[in-house]
Design a protein around this ligand. Structure first.
Ligand code: ZN
Length: 224
């Protein structure tokens, strides 16, 4: 079957998948990596939702918790400095990418502040485009997303990114039975807001440092 990398972009920790594939194997065929929000009491509470420690017994079950207000910039930072090094170390034959969109700006969860635009580093469109550019067979999944018009916008747009021809974000929403719900813009775009991103450079560096060491462990285990 080769190596499979599961990446979860949903606002909530991928507790079910992460725990299903938790294993004592030294070189498992499945690696799970969840990027999510974690805070006391935030669903789903799990000891595995915290930042994966360098000395974890399960270096193929990875967690990157981002704080409130996470912007494209913060997602870009952990994507470039944590997710890509893990991908390079693990060298997956297949990728499963869970595209929960409850981290988009405007979602009723109101925790993160992500955008869609493929040309904006760290947006959901940008990271989906990056995975497609890896050139590995990839399965895209949906996930959370509790503003229905925005979720529909996002999955239509992410599908166009995955197909290699991103729709223009000023594309008009076509007339249909739910058309009034797309007010006031009636366009495809979901713009990030101006809320404060609590992911400080110091916090992001802490995540990066852990993942540098974790990627090295993964690479060593995959090569033995
Ligand atoms: Zn969710």
């Amino acid at each position: 079957m080769g190596r499979q990398m599961y990446i979860d972009l949903d606002l909530h920790f991928s507790d079910g998948v992460s725990e299903a594939f938790m294993t004592a194997s030294k070189s498992p065929s499945v690696l799970t990596l969840s990027i999510h929000h974690a805070a006391p009491g935030f669903y789903p509470t799990s000891p595995h939702a915290a930042l994966t420690p360098v000395d974890t017994p399960n270096p193929f079950n990875l967690a990157i918790p981002l704080l409130e207000g996470a912007s494209n910039d913060s997602l870009h930072y952990v994507w470039k400095n944590c997710v890509v090094p893990v991908k390079d170390a693990f060298s997956p034959d297949f990728v499963v990418l869970q595209c929960g969109v409850d981290g988009l700006a405007g979602d009723p969860c109101a925790v993160w502040n992500l955008g869609l635009d493929v040309s904006s580093a760290g947006s959901l469109g940008n990271v989906v485009g990056d995975v497609i550019n890896w050139g590995v067979p990839t399965l895209l999944l949906g996930g959370g997303g509790y503003d229905s018009p925005n979720a529909a916008r996002a999955w239509a747009y992410l599908t166009s990114v995955a197909c290699g021809s991103p729709l223009a974000l000023d594309t008009s929403i076509p007339e249909h039975s739910a058309f009034p719900q797309y007010a006031p813009s009636f366009m495809l775009e979901v713009l990030p807001g101006n809320r404060l991103d609590l992911n400080t450079p110091e916090y992001l560096t802490t995540i990066e440092n852990n993942f540098n060491e974790l990627a090295a462990r993964i690479k060593a285990l995959c090569n033995t």
